[in-house]
Design a protein around this ligand. Structure first.
Ligand code: DX5
Ligand code: ZN
Length: 217
């Protein structure tokens, strides 16, 4: 079963609460919160106070994607603010095992992400410790970019390794996902699809979500 996680980066931030309620009513399974610090990626998006307000108002599963230099330092504030799952990058500056343990200790699910230049095998040593792996299909930093097809092979390698070890791992793909690109990712083994522009940018988010699901069937 495919899960759709709309990225709020494509939302109108002046209408954030309302837009998020709308996409949840439209059939989204969770909300993808892109946190950028202007250091790990060349853009600044939003932080703890925004998640805190949003989580109080909109009942949803919060899928928080940290694109920040030092994720370990911010695990507790984001979990306290309402994160249900925290994804951080293997390319960031925090120790991987310690960061995963810190996320779990806060009662959150833990995920590790790889940028386009990082091979799939980089996450293999941590698979048993993770709830999810996030494969980036664009360079992190901005919404609305073009999908990089090399992500598909990486998803397939990670899914094959998880199956080989008997692990029930979620695999999420993020960047340039829509009806054209989602099917190949789903076929390769991704079961959580992030869609920013394709959902928040659509006139009818319910239709957009339904079409992505249908394309993956
Ligand atoms: C990119 C973010 C993505 C992005 C997706 O750095 O991690 O979540 O907002 O946006 P679309 O779906 O528009 O590519
Ligand atoms: Zn993201």
């Amino acid at each position: 079963m495919i899960k759709i996680s709309p990225s709020i980066l494509a939302a109108d931030f002046a209408e954030l609460g309302k837009s998020c309620e709308n996409v949840m009513k439209a059939g989204a399974d969770m909300l993808h919160i892109d946190v950028m610090d202007g250091v790990f990626v060349p853009n600044i998006s939003l932080g703890v106070p925004v998640l805190q307000s949003l989580a109080k108002r909109v009942d949803a599963f919060y899928d928080v994607h940290l694109m920040i230099h030092d994720p370990l330092k911010y695990v507790k504030p984001f979990c306290d603010a309402g994160a249900d799952l925290i994804t951080f990058h293997i390319e960031a500056d925090s120790p991987v095992r310690e960061t995963i343990e810190a996320i779990r200790a806060q009662g959150c699910k833990a995920a590790l992400s790889i940028k386009p230049a990082t091979p799939a095998e980089a996450v293999f040593p941590y698979l048993e410790l993770l709830d999810m792996v996030l494969v980036m299909s664009v360079e992190p930093g901005f919404g609305g970019q073009k999908f990089m097809p090399a992500a598909v092979e990486k998803i397939a390698l990670i899914r094959a390794e998880a199956l080989r070890r008997g692990l029930e791992l979620d695999i999420e793909v993020d960047g340039g996902i829509g009806t054209e690109t989602a099917p190949a990712c789903a076929k390769a083994g991704a079961n959580v699809l992030v869609a920013g522009s394709a959902v928040f940018g659509a006139k009818d988010p319910a239709q957009a979500i339904a079409q992505i699901r249908k394309a993956c069937e």
